[in-house]
Design a protein around this ligand. Structure first.
Ligand code: NAD
Length: 354
């Protein structure tokens, strides 16, 4: 196994790994450990070159630093990628080699599941390193992050309702939901239970129908979700759904969901502000999963009650972001970046440093 360090300005450590025996070609990027060890998922993707993989891993690692800083997880930001096709290139040897690569960072980088990798893959990684999280509950880990992400989004929507309407009450509010997958499914349940009216869509007609039967939701076609008159538009499927085309169609006061990279560009956040639509920045409102994992790496070990308390705090994190946006006269996405940068610059309290 050959590990080669690459000097990248602004990043603490970036390395490439080549292991001909297993076929592993991978990269790990530690953006910042200013607030704690760098946590971020392991992505497997058929990158066409090392350059393409590096571009992605650097971008994703930096994003994790910001997410963890605002979520106050006591963690820094990092990410790893395997260059390969997740449908055809997986093997036990590959993930065990990845485990050795992760271990070579000595706990500065902690990995988890991401696009193209599964819990089963991470179980193999864990055979070679203790720095792998988000594994099944049965082996003492924190399990599926989706219910936690959904809980965080639910609490986040409450903060949005308060900001816009002066009351966090769900009864009588209409939420238009795009996507009823792992997160969307749990979120729909929270919302229906709290009294919200749901208008839903999913590429899978069965999922949409199931929500209609079980939760009394109204179903619309996938393309029609942008035209629904609602209080909250909740994207829980894809990124880049707020763009020049959809901005013209939205009839909502709030955008708040779990999807990553909701805004096609940062400027779309500025446009939302001008239009009087409150945007809950994606990496703030969807941090429930990472918060849950962060509890796992605390000294005391994983504890569900501690996790719930911290995930519910997404409500306060968003209120801080909204206040900052008001005070600085900027969009909420820009305010959350400023908040993250302030916290990273301040660093960890001396007592928390190991
Ligand atoms: P998922 O794949 O389980 O669910 C996505 C759902 O969206 C599927 O049911 C799919 O059919 C539907 N969908 C896809 N394209 C659609 C379209 N054009 N219109 C309507 N429905 C469509 O994924 P998930 O784990 O629920 O994650 C949802 C989003 O939240 C993703 O963007 C993910 O990156 C983000 N996220 C998830 C977590 C987590 O804990 N799972 C954490 C943070 C962020």
């Amino acid at each position: 196994m050959k590990i080669t360090d690459i000097a990248v300005p602004g990043y603490e450590r970036v390395a490439r790994c080549e292991d001909p025996a297993s076929g592993l070609r991978a990269m790990i990027a530690v953006h910042s450990t200013a607030l704690g060890p760098a946590l971020g998922g392991l992505r497997m993707w058929p990158y066409r070159s090392w350059d393409e993989a590096q571009f992605d891993v650097l971008r994703l690692a930096r994003g994790m630093t910001y997410k963890s800083a605002v979520a106050d997880t006591g963690l820094g930001g990092g990410k790893s990628v395997i260059l390969g096709n997740p449908k055809t290139d997986k093997s036990e040897a590959l993930f065990r080699a990845m485990g050795k690569f992760v271990d070579a960072f000595g706990g500065k980088y902690i990995t988890a599941e991401d696009v193209g990798t599964s819990v089963e893959d991470l179980v193999l990684v864990r055979k070679e390193t203790r720095w792998a999280t988000g594994l099944p509950r049965e082996i003492g880990s924190s399990g599926d992050p989706s219910p936690w992400t959904a809980l965080g989004v639910f609490r986040g929507i409450k903060a949005c309702l308060e900001e816009v309407y002066g009351s966090g009450e769900f009864t009588g509010r209409t939420v238009a939901m795009q996507g009823l997958g792992h997160v969307g499914g749990f979120l729909a349940e929270h919302l229906a239970k709290a009294g919200a009216r749901l208008v839903v869509t999913d590429l899978s007609p069965e999922r949409a129908k199931e929500a209609a039967t079980r939760l009394g939701a109204t179903v619309v076609a996938p393309e029609a979700i942008y035209d629904v008159a609602c209080d909250v538009f909740s994207p829980n499927a894809l990124g880049a759904v707020i763009n020049d085309d959809t901005l013209k169609r939205l009839k909502t006061k709030i955008i708040a969901g779990a999807a990553n990279n909701v805004l096609l560009r940062e400027e779309h956040g500025d446009r939302l502000r001008e239009m009087g639509i409150l945007y809950a920045p994606d990496y703030v409102i969807n941090a429930g999963g990472i918060i849950n994992v962060s509890i796992e790496v605390e000294k005391e070990g994983y504890d569900e009650a501690r996790s719930r308390k911290k995930v519910e705090n997404i409500y306060n994190a968003l209120r801080t972001v909204f206040r900052m946006a008001r005070e600085k006269n900027v969009s909420t996405n820009r305010a959350s970046n400023l908040l993250a940068e302030e916290r990273i610059a301040r660093g960890r309290p001396a007592a928390a440093k190991v």
